[in-house]
Design a binder for this molecule. Structure first.
Ligand SMILES: [Fe+2]
Length: 295
């Protein structure tokens, strides 16, 4: 049933490639590799996990979803079409840019753009961080997770949960203030079992993404990134803390494309088909003061 394995990559648009290169290398500790339309940020054996493209805006562009093979790819495209979603066969040039054997694109009911990719056709070379990050937790579970604005909420959730087959890991009813209306944030897993590869948040976001999470192999690398964020003058969006639902110890900072990156360690995995959906009552066990992001 579950065909999508993981979040393969994300695409960000920028008016300032040099700023992203500096942020990618000096703050995130990834390897920047020039591409035809910008740069790729490498965080494991793959050529890139973050594609930064030159453009007129500073925003999130798309989420790339990994299908293992052609059969899984075709089945997912067919499921979307059956559900009435318009799917475009991606051009060969786009597939080549994303290092995919095949690519298809579609938008969800909230207007978020998605790319389905079949296989991986790029290089496989060791990750060597320019500033000594020990490594990111990727592999079958992909590059991390993305949290997308989801208004209208129900049809967007339906597309991910019912059509694409993502499992529900956790549901959270967020009340930012006692008098504020409830905002739903639902966390969904793909087949490789990262606690969530996507979360749908019932809130608007002008940058097109609430945050993207990348996970390091050591807690030390999260602390070192926190120091680099301060030293480089990058805006802190949430203080260090530990999430209740996926137990990620992390902090949040602003990318040059105006969405946040959660830089974390120690997230849990779930077993698809076995995991019972949880309903957490708080964002974090400790820390994660998001009010700093509004300052
Ligand atoms: Fe997150």
């Amino acid at each position: 049933m579950l065909k999508i394995e993981a979040l393969a990559y994300i695409v960000a648009e920028t008016t300032d490639i040099a700023k992203w290169q500096h942020f990618g290398e000096r703050v995130l500790g990834m390897q920047a590799v020039p591409t035809a339309d910008g740069l790729g940020l490498k965080m494991d054996g793959r050529d890139f996990r973050i594609a930064v493209v030159r453009g007129a805006a500073d925003r999130y562009v798309a989420s790339g979803w990994q299908l293992a093979d052609r059969a899984a790819f075709d089945a997912t495209v067919a499921a979307l079409q059956k559900a009435g979603v318009a799917v475009s066969a991606g051009a060969a040039a786009l597939a080549a840019a994303r290092k995919a054997e095949a690519i298809a694109t579609f938008s969800d009911p909230a207007g978020n753009l998605h790319e389905l990719v079949c296989g991986y056709a790029g290089g496989r070379t060791p990750f060597v961080s320019p500033i000594g990050v020990q490594g990111f937790k990727t592999g079958a579970q992909g590059m991390g997770h993305t949290v997308l604005p989801a208004i209208p909420f129900e049809p967007t959730l339906q597309l991910f949960h019912e059509t694409l087959g993502f499992g529900l890991s956790d549901i959270f009813n967020f009340k930012p203030a006692p008098e504020a209306p409830n905002m739903r944030i639902y966390f969904l897993h793909a087949s490789a079992g990262r606690h969530h590869s996507v979360a749908l948040a019932e809130m608007p976001n002008p940058a097109g993404c609430v945050h993207v999470m990348v996970e390091t192999n050591t807690l030390t690398d999260v602390g070192l990134a926190y120091d680099r964020m301060k030293r480089e003058g990058v805006k802190l969006m949430a203080t260090l803390g530990e999430h209740e639902n996926d137990r990620m110890t992390s902090f949040y900072m602003l990318t040059p494309s105006n969405f946040a990156i959660e830089y974390g360690y120690g997230g849990i995995s779930v077993e698809p088909g076995v995991w019972q959906t949880t309903q957490t009552q708080q964002v974090s066990i400790w820390g994660h003061d998001f009010s700093v992001g509004f300052q």
